[in-house]
Design a protein around this ligand. Structure first.
Ligand SMILES: O=S(=O)(O)c1ccc(O)c(O)c1
Ligand SMILES: [Ca+2]
Ligand SMILES: [Fe+2]
Length: 350
């Protein structure tokens, strides 16, 4: 690559296609407590309490639930030309979209990136009221901001190289002693990640994560889902991650899109931030307390649209899959590496 990459600040918004706006509104607004910036009978624009840009999540009504856009904010209008030149040199589809193509967002560059994801780069966006201290409207489960995207892609090293080309750095990864890479977490903002690369059939969206400030907000969301008899929307957790050290919860929206609620990862902003590499057989890598990862978390993810809104085919992963070497694989996972306590917690049950 001769051209320099666009100066990405952070992950900024996602657009999800949902089949039933009313059911989705009950989930994202009534349960998760996101703030509605604007809504009509086709779409709902949502933001979390610390956010002052128009939205960080768009729910758009459509027949096929899928990811429509993952958007990154760049450091200025001038970065749009840089993005356009960079992706043209990559030889992928590049489109310049005029201001207002997306409500609340200025001029943008949209690409179908080398991993098959519809990615948007923008700077200008409409400012709306920041609810940081509007404690009169914060619910007990208040979400503070969008934190990261997690994408399924078959070849993690190739995806890592592409994102390193964009100036992202790795904070943590999961590997085995043959050098297979199962996942990597990469950042531009000084936290553990803006994007996580999870080895698997792709392009698929694994999840979108919002941050809260406190663990009790996550616990309230669980209690709220129990109270409305929607506990089946709790997929995994609450728990403490090994990777990232964040306290977490995964919930599934009415269309199956996975949302993570996440708090308390760590600062990564110094140039010599140490990379943490986990052994895929370490039982505490994905849950610090050694609780098993439910199979659906490994197998299910959202389909992805191309720039014309058409569902894309997925490419299977050819390297070994994490689920195949851990869940149900007695003796292939450990709590203590000395082998004294072999066996995944589910070991004898699956
Ligand atoms: O399950 S992991 O501890 O690997 C993990 C860490 C951070 C995340 O954001 C995540 O989704 C999953
Ligand atoms: Ca077993
Ligand atoms: Fe995550």
């Amino acid at each position: 690559m001769t051209t320099t990459p666009p100066d990405v600040i952070r992950c900024a918004y996602a657009e999800l296609v949902v089949s039933d706006l009313k059911a989705s509104r009950e989930f994202y607004v009534d349960v998760l407590g996101l703030v509605v910036t604007y809504e009509d009978d086709q779409a709902i624009y949502l933001r979390a309490f610390e956010e002052y840009l128009h939205h960080s999540l768009i729910l758009r009504k459509g027949a096929e639930p899928a990811l429509a856009v993952l958007a990154y904010r760049v450091r200025g209008e001038g970065e749009l030309d840089v993005a356009e030149a960079y992706y043209r040199e990559l030889g992928v589809e590049v489109r310049r979209v005029p201001a207002g193509t997306t409500r609340g967002i200025g001029e943008a560059v949209r690409v179908l990136d080398p991993l098959g994801f519809p990615i948007e780069f923008f700077y200008e966006a409409e400012h709306v009221e920041r609810f940081t201290q509007r404690y009169d409207v914060h619910g007990p489960g208040a979400l503070s901001r969008l934190d990261h995207f997690n994408v399924n892609t078959p070849d993690v090293p190739a995806a890592r190289k592409y994102y390193e080309g964009l100036g992202f750095r790795v904070s943590e990864d999961i590997v085995d002693d043959e050098g297979t890479v199962y996942a990597a977490w990469m950042f531009r903002k000084p936290t553990v990640h803006d994007v996580a690369l999870t080895g698997g059939a792709g392009p698929r969206l694994h999840h979108i994560a919002f941050a809260t400030h406190e663990r009790h907000q996550i616990l309230h969301i669980c209690d709220h889902l129990g109270a409305v008899r929607k506990s089946d929307q709790i997929e995994r957790g609450p728990g403490r991650h090994g990777v990232s050290n964040a306290f977490y919860l995964y919930v599934r929206d009415p269309d199956g899109h996975r949302i993570e609620i996440y708090t308390h990862d760590y600062y990564t902003g110094d140039p010599d931030n140490p990379v943490i590499s986990w052994d895929v057989h370490d039982n505490q890598r994905r849950d610090w307390w050694g609780n098993p990862v439910v199979p659906s978390w490994y197998t299910e993810a959202s389909r992805v649209l191309d720039l014309d809104g058409k569902l894309q085919e997925v490419v299977e992963r050819t390297e070994t899959k994490e689920m195949d070497v851990t869940i149900g694989a007695d003796g292939f996972s450990y709590t203590r590496a000395d082998g004294a306590d072999q066996g995944f917690k589910l070991g004898e049950q699956v």
